[in-house]
Every structure is written in structure tokens, then in C-alpha cells.
Design a protein. Structure first.
Length: 405
């Protein structure tokens, strides 16, 4: 009996939050694949999604360098952050990962109040990259612990945000309710000569029924009352940005304006940043040199992965983007997940042929996270063996699929 064996496999996963970084996920899947198919050609492409780990992942992928900077973190305490100078030939491109300076992981659970946290440190990272005289700054959005509309970042870059008495407002989304004017006269002088691009989920908008405070505020610690307060404050901030800023578009409900607690709107309105699909920015060859499409086109099979596959996966998550590109190129895709949640089967409609959880027996979340690497290796091996037996069945003499091939 002849087997239809994949010769080239591309592994293009996301990280498993709080368990395995994306590089560790990719390596574990590769190890499992090789258990089932020793000697198979494996291409490993860890996918940076703009959130935690993006700067390190892209610095490693492009032979770039990381630059450490001490900044004001989301709660006002000093944190050690970093930005990356990418190793892209012919251009000086910086990658600022907002989560490195204002991520939710930097906010202790007993201090989670998105009405007071700030993106000031993100602005400090941008300023550090500007002082390095780069041509382009990419800002990775994701995993934020803030909801200040990017006001803190603009303040760090030299902008003044004042109330009705002309006094500067303090840090945090609550303060945006008092804001009346945005003064950009003191903004960092190199912004005018530097391209700023936000790599963001364009499903996220600043204010309104689907605004960032309502969608993400509760997971950052907001009560229902604070959600209402923040949404109103962000709406006020959008009006100020549209009146006093440098962006002519809709900053209240425009695509990507709600990225990272409204950082998208703030940097678009105050710094002239472009708001673009994070995957178009991070996965195409022009900016980061990754060129995922080329690597997919060379594969017989793509394996992607995510910590949880559920109803949110089709809305801008890594497996959805990998599947979209692979389907366009006619390459089959399968996915592994730490867990399969409500609505997980909907991913079949977007072209993921099969999904599987890495869990085989009931266990606590803490145990699953601790054993994540071993569980993922085993799951990848099981998935690969199932694919091989499927190939054997399709190649069986007399089968319709066998005849067609």
C-alpha cells in the first residue's frame, strides 16, 4: 500500500499565553511531527501577532537587535522594557511592542484598574527608537493593560492634553473625561520625518457599543460602571483628537482605533500613525522580511496552533490568518489548541481542515500549563499519525480518491 506522505511541513503557530512562547510552541510541534515522520522537511515560522514576545520574535527572525529601555510602566512604576531594530536590508525599521511597556502582565492583579493605567512607557519606547534615527517604527498592538486612548504615549512624546482651565490632565482613561484640548506644538521633532505604522486588529474600535472599553475593559479589571465611564471618556477624547489632531478620519469607530486600549486612535490622531492590519504588517516581506505566503506556497501541509480555539478565533487570530493565506494558495491546514472552546467548529468554515486539543484527560489549568510542552509534542505526533492514516486510506487500491490521484 502506498502512502501519501507530506514531504514539506510548515509550522506557523501563535504562542500559548502564560504557558509557552511562540518559539517553544513551534519547536514542540516540530518534535511531535518528527516522531511520526522522521526526516520530514520542517519549516518553522513562529507567528508574531503584535502582543507579548513580538519584538523578540521578529528580532530573532530578521537577525535584528533588542534595545533595553527603562520606562514608566502602566501603573506608574518603572519597568524594564525593550524595542527591536529589525535586520531588514536597506531600511532602519524599529519594532515597538506596546505590551513590553504597558502590557496586562505588568499590572498586578490587585492593581487592575484600566481607568488609571497609562501608555506613557509606550511613548518612551517610540521616543527611544526616534532618537536612533530609524526610518519606520512599527508598533505591535496586543495584550495591553490600558484604556487611555494612547494619551499617555502622546504625553511622553511631548504633547500636552489640558482641561477647561488649561491644566494638564493626569494619567489614565478616567482623566480623558476632563480633557478639552490637545497641543501638539511640543511633539517630538522626528515624528514628522518618520513613518509610524500600527500593526493592529482592525476589528477593534475606540468607542460605542463595540468600543474597546466595553469589549476588553472587564478583562482588564473594569466594573460595569467603569466601562460606561471609560466609553464616555474615550468618546470625548475622539472628539478632541479629530479637532486638534493630525488625522482626518473617523477616530471613534474607525478600523483599528481601539487597538491596545485606544492606542490606535491616540497615535493616529496625535502622531499621524497609519492603522494597518497587524498581519499585513508583520507577515509580509516588505516590512519585516517574513514573507509567510512564500513559505506556505512551498509546503504540502501547514500546522498552526493557539492557546484556545473558540468563537473568537475567526476574528483576527493567528490560526484564522494562517488559514486564509494557505487556502488562497491551496495548501491544507490543521490546528492544535490548548483548549477547544465554544464555537470552535466554526473555524472549519474558514478553511482549517481539522482541529485537536492537546488535552487527553481532565486536568487543572495549572497542570496543563506546566506540562504544555510535553502535551503539545504528543498532540502533534497524534495529529500527524492521523494524517498519515488518512493518506493511506485515500491511496488504497479501488478507492475513489485513490483512482482520482
Amino acid at each position: 500500500m502506498s502512502y501519501r506522505v507530506p514531504q514539506r511541513i510548515l509550522i506557523a503557530p501563535s504562542g500559548f499565553k502564560e504557558s509557552l512562547c511562540v518559539e517553544a510552541v513551534a519547536a514542540a510541534i516540530a518534535a511531535g511531527v518528527r516522531r511520526a515522520l522522521p526526516g520530514v522537511r520542517v519549516d518553522i515560522a513562529p507567528i508574531a501577532d503584535g502582543g507579548e514576545g513580538t519584538a523578540r520574535t521578529l528580532a530573532a527572525a530578521t537577525n535584528g537587535t533588542l534595545h533595553d529601555v527603562a520606562v514608566i510602566g502602566p501603573t506608574g512604576a518603572t519597568v524594564n522594557a525593550h524595542w527591536a531594530l529589525l535586520g531588514v536590508p536597506g531600511k532602519k525599521i524599529a519594532l515597538v511592542e506596546m505590551a513590553a511597556a504597558a502590557g496586562l502582565s505588568l499590572v498586578p492583579e490587585n492593581q487592575r484598574d484600566p481607568g488609571s493605567t497609562t501608555t506613557y512607557g509606550v511613548g518612551q519606547l517610540i521616543a527611544a527608537a526616534l532618537d536612533h534615527h530609524v526610518d519606520t517604527i512599527l508598533v505591535g498592538c496586543g495584550d495591553s493593560g490600558t484604556c487611555d486612548g494612547g494619551a499617555g504615549a502622546l504625553q511622553a512624546l511631548g504633547a500636552k492634553i489640558t482641561d477647561s482651565d488649561g491644566c494638564e490632565i493626569n494619567f489614565g482613561g478616567r482623566e480623558l473625561a476632563r480633557a478639552r484640548r490637545l497641543d501638539l506644538s511640543g511633539i517630538h521633532y522626528r515624528l514628522a520625518a518618520t513613518e509610524i505604522i500600527l500593526a493592529c486588529n482592525q476589528h477593534n474600535v475606540l468607542a460605542g457599543a463595540h468600543g474597546v472599553a466595553r469589549v476588553f475593559g472587564p478583562q482588564k479589571g473594569a466594573t460595569s460602571a467603569l466601562v460606561d465611564e471609560l466609553d464616555a471618556a474615550l468618546s470625548n477624547w475622539a472628539t478632541i483628537l479629530e479637532c486638534d489632531g493630525v488625522h482626518s478620519g473617523n477616530l471613534r469607530t474607525g478600523a483599528g482605533t481601539g487597538a491596545s486600549g485606544g492606542l490606535g486612535a491616540g497615535l493616529a490622531g496625535g502622531a499621524g500613525a497609519q492603522l494597518r492590519s497587524r498581519f499585513d504588517v508583520l507577515l509580509d516581506s516588505g516590512l519585516c522580511g517574513i514573507d509567510l505566503d512564500r513559505r506556505i506556497s512551498k509546503a504540502d501541509l501547514v500546522i498552526t496552533a493557539e492557546g484556545a480555539i473558540d468563537f473568537q478565533t475567526p476574528h483576527g487570530k493567528v490560526p484564522a490568518e494562517v488559514a486564509r493565506r494557505a487556502n488562497r494558495l491551496g495548501v491544507p491546514v490543521v490546528a492544535l489548541a490548548g483548549s477547544l472552546g465554544q464555537g470552535a467548529p466554526t473555524v472549519h468554515d474558514m478553511g482549517i481542515a481539522a482541529i485537536a486539543s492537546i488535552l487527553t484527560v481532565p486536568m487543572s489549568l495549572s497542570q496543563a500549563m506546566a506540562d504544555g510542552e510535553a502535551l503539545l509534542i504528543d498532540a502533534a505526533e497524534r495529529m500527524m499519525r492521523m494524517i498519515l492514516i488518512g493518506g493511506a486510506i485515500s491511496a488504497k487500491p479501488g478507492s475513489k480518491r485513490g483512482k482520482a490521484s
